[in-house]
Ligand binder design. Sequence first.
Ligand code: HEM
Length: 219
Amino acid sequence: MQTNDKIKIRSEALSVLFAGRDTTASLLTNVWFELSKRPDIWARLSEEVDTLNGEKPSYEELKNMKYLRAVLNESQRLHPIVPATGRYAREDTVLPLGGGDDEKSPILVKKGQLVMFVLYAMHRRKELYGEDADIFRPERWLDTEDQKGLRMGWDYLPFSGGPRVCIGRESLSSRTLLLSTQPLLITHLPYAHLFCIPLRARSWTLSCVLTHLKQFLCD
Ligand code: HEM
């Protein structure tokens, strides 16, 4: 789709910028909150980041930082940034599960009805994640010799799913990975409050972008 409508362009640009800002900031805040309580995880993460020898990682190196990715996945499991969301049915439809006394039978959803799904609860279900579902344990995402680690599926939806899935999902992974390595590269002190630095930098970048957008599109 092409348009010269400045208001439309501005609205589209802002929706992407805002959708990506507070979500990323919240994820990083949650990660550092967990890290500040868990020196064991901090130590393992530091070990992985140390392999970068103080250099900024390349895209390939970021992709290979498996423990860091596991920490981010685990943070989004226990503390999903969008803890609940829903969909209105556009037409009468039948969902395969949820009906009957045991909720195992198909269920009718009529046009216009709202179906909510609560990720906060789903991500903590013991039948999906095991008895230690309430514990922050990044290792559950890692492959071991005996067993495969968790994979993203329909029981893990921090970015929602389907046609309205988060469009920042891919860019976010590398961006958040990069932002999370920065404080570890700067310092190894496990004080969570030190790590506001990248967030401030992000706010500053965002306000610059917004100022330029305003000038270009509204003057
Ligand atoms: C941890 C970070 C993020 C989380 C947890 C997150 C989560 C989500 C979720 C759950 C949705 C779907 C909402 C729904 O069900 O309707 C969504 C949509 C969206 N996200 Fe993200 N997001 C993140 C980062 C980003 C980033 C970095 C960007 C931009 C680069 C972005 C752009 C968008 C946009 C534009 C939509 C709307 C898509 C549509 O309605 O078609 N998000 N996000």
